[in-house]
Design a protein around this ligand. Structure first.
Ligand code: HEM
Length: 145
């Protein structure tokens, strides 16, 4: 092998190494970023808790709830589900709500408060719909009817 061929092989090998160690493509974190990242996620969560903890139709379920702990878990969950850089480490939705006998109508109240919270956080309508499309299917795990 002459010098030129050796050089070409080395260049090709180097390129292959560089390609092999490319970082993995980023996860689809589009929605999280379109929402405005963690400040918006925290704002939505704050507005949501402001509503559900005093909403006379569902507040009785949260009588023993520590607001800060629930804030952290819900914010982490919204962050992760929208593709943000968070790990939700709370209970899964079946475990978290088992034994509460949550009705469809109570789930709807929660969702209305969620929408109002996104309005208050100035989340554009089209993004609200994308967030709801993620959380609405959780109804079957959360309710008992
Ligand atoms: C998509 C809708 C919902 C989501 C994403 C959600 C999310 C969560 C999360 C992340 C937790 C914390 C789990 C843990 O402790 O590890 C939780 C707990 C809880 N959720 Fe939900 N939830 C939803 C709907 C509801 C509804 C409809 C109700 C009642 C009407 C409800 C009542 C509660 C209560 C009472 C707790 C326990 C709070 C505590 O720790 O004291 N949730 N939920």
């Amino acid at each position: 092998m002459n010098n030129q061929t050796t050089f070409q092989w080395l260049t090709a090998a180097l390129l292959l190494c560089l390609l092999a160690f490319q970082p993995l493509p980023a996860a689809d974190n589009q929605l999280y970023h379109e929402l405005g990242g963690q400040p918006t996620v925290d704002r939505i969560t704050h507005e949501l808790l402001d509503r559900i903890l005093v909403n006379e139709k569902i507040a009785f379920l949260f009588e023993d709830t520590n607001r800060e702990e629930l804030h952290e878990k819900i914010a982490n969950q919204i962050c992760m589900e929208t593709g943000g850089p968070c790990d939700y480490e709370g209970l899964d939705m079946i475990e978290a709500h088992s034994g509460m006998d949550i009705k469809y109508s109570e789930f709807d109240v929660f969702v209305s408060d969620f929408i109002a919270a996104m309005e208050a956080a100035q989340v554009p309508y089209r993004l609200q719909n994308r967030v709801l499309a993620i959380f609405a299917p959780m109804r079957e795990d959360i309710t008992y009817e």
